[in-house]
Ligand binder design. Structure first.
Ligand SMILES: [Ca+2]
Ligand SMILES: [Ca+2]
Length: 211
């Protein structure tokens, strides 16, 4: 019972703070995307018993930052409960994505048993499982459980001041992968979007580009 109460308190602490875009401060205390913890699902079904070994795909929050000194970059952060440098066997996939100008953009990284696979990337979703991909700088901070993508705005719709990123969401998942067959079906998954929720609570907050 004590443990359940603990999880309820943690859940309350990470519930979305509905701040207006103009008031947002770019820092981890005001993330655009917030998620429950201990909510990883196996084939869409939640189970308490596997939360302890799926903490590296348990999304806590994600947010965007800009730096006036380097206005040509957008930095995207994804905080998990824990990260690993190498997975045991599955592919771990992490992404944050959003809509801009009627197109879907995002950032992605995959971790395999031998480490980061194919690097950090930014993408534009072209539909039918096709993507325009761009390499970008990234950081895998195992100690903090934090992933960082440093993306040139030019690659993600040539963003400028006043542009707004909408329907923001983050996702982490585990799936089988092998060099010949490629990736298998998503087995364990954590999504931040909630389809069974009022429309304004389904996705994270919008992010307004400052520079
Ligand atoms: Ca989560
Ligand atoms: Ca979730």
């Amino acid at each position: 019972m004590k443990r359940i109460m603990g999880y309820i308190i943690i859940t309350l602490l990470v519930m979305p703070a509905f701040l207006s875009c103009a008031n947002l401060v770019n820092d981890p205390d005001n993330p655009e995307i917030e998620d429950r913890v201990f909510d990883v699902k196996l084939f869409g079904i939640w189970g308490f018993f596997f939360q302890s070994f799926t903490k590296h795909i348990d999304v806590v929050c994600a947010w965007f930052e800009e730096d006036g000194e380097n206005p040509e970059y957008l930095t995207v952060f994804l905080q998990t409960r824990s990260l690993v440098e190498r997975t045991e066997s599955f592919e771990a996939l992490y992404k944050v994505n959003w809509n801009f100008n009627h197109e879907r953009y995002g950032v992605i990284v995959k971790i395999h048993p031998d480490g980061i696979f194919a690097g950090f990337e930014a993408y534009k979703d072209l539909g039918n499982n096709q993507y325009e991909r761009h390499d970008c700088e990234g950081i895998l901070d195992v100690e903090q459980g934090l992933l960082t993508w440093h993306v040139e705005k030019e690659m993600i719709g040539d963003l400028g001041p006043g542009d707004v990123l909408t329907t923001t969401l983050a996702c982490a998942l585990l799936r089988p992968w092998d060099a010949t067959k490629g990736e298998g079906a998503d087995i364990f998954k954590d999504l931040t979007s909630r389809m069974i929720a009022p429309p304004d609570e389904r996705y994270g907050e919008d992010y307004c580009i400052q520079y």
